[in-house]
Design a protein around this ligand. Sequence first.
Ligand SMILES: Cc1cc2nc3c(=O)[nH]c(=O)nc-3n(C[C@H](O)[C@H](O)[C@H](O)COP(=O)(O)OP(=O)(O)OC[C@H]3O[C@@H](n4cnc5c(N)ncnc54)[C@H](O)[C@@H]3O)c2cc1C
Length: 325
Amino acid sequence: MRKIYDIAIIGAGPAGIATSCEAIIFGVENILLFEKSDNHSETIRKYFNDNKPVDKDWKGIKVELEGHIDFKDGTKETTLDLFEDSLEKKLIDAKFNTEISKVIRVKDKFKVFTSTNDIYYAKNIVIAIGKMGKPNKPSYKIPSSLRSRANHTIADCKGNEDVLVVGGGDSACEYAYFIHQDNRVTFNYRRDEITKAHPKNVKNLMNCAEDKEIELKLGIDIEKVEDENGKFKVYYTNGEISKYDRIIYALGGVTPKEFLESCSVVLDEKGNPFVNEKNLNSQGVYLAGDVAGSIGGSIALALNHGYNIIKDGVVYSEHHEAQSA
Ligand SMILES: Cc1cc2nc3c(=O)[nH]c(=O)nc-3n(C[C@H](O)[C@H](O)[C@H](O)COP(=O)(O)OP(=O)(O)OC[C@H]3O[C@@H](n4cnc5c(N)ncnc54)[C@H](O)[C@@H]3O)c2cc1C
């Protein structure tokens, strides 16, 4: 007889980890947690620089934590330790290096297809894949000869380079601030003011700009980029032209609509996923974390989604099913 799990959770970032831990706490033990990379929290590992301060109220948005994971202001390292600990304590054995390719609804359950060619069955699906699997790209073309130096993180920055950081959110501010001591940094945002980032990050950036440690190019956009002797030749909309060794695009992520559709998620007429207050999209299909919202999420919001899904969604509906049986 094939085993039917209560929940299959796709993605072991904050949302997937919270969903699995809350499930165990509420007595739903028959769960699966899939992660495509070789460890949990791939977004944090890849996009957060070492020692990055991690804010609970990210972007200044206050979130009351509802669930059982005690997440506080800390650093990249303390946040990863917290999630490592949470998985270990609840004895959750995530299936790493296992990418989910599609999920098909078969009557009252779901058939889950993996990159390892194994097939699993579950009564509920929680999609917690985040948005950073598909980072936003600029609309103009990047010459193929320069692509390896057009990055979405600062991981490849070598030091002593002319680096252009493009974006207007917290990641862009943090990246520019983090690398400015070892590089010559220019910060470009198409709007005149940085309104989307945490005031602390804007202050750090502005102080550096005042001290001429970072050059600001606000209120102008980039028209095109060419390769000139191995450097990025950047044409700005105000007619300025500058050259850089590297460009960091910190433009956030895209909702992976095609993937969601192939996972039995119902999309609205504009092709966007939607959820109700229990994070439910359609019978048995839940979305958690960044992928559940149209605007940027946060770790605290992702943790609350996991709690909601288990307490108000899966556990609530199982209880009602049992009562009506
Ligand atoms: C540079 C940067 C700085 C940030 N700083 C903060 C901060 O200080 N505080 C804060 O609260 N938030 C911060 N955020 C936002 C925060 O990282 C996200 O809101 C949070 O990680 C969302 O969690 P998630 O679980 O929804 O998705 P993610 O963290 O993106 O996790 C998704 C997981 O799913 C996996 N996955 C994807 N596709 C599949 C698949 N098909 N099969 C299996 N696994 C899959 C991925 O590998 C990943 O591990 C920051 C974001 C960035 C980019």
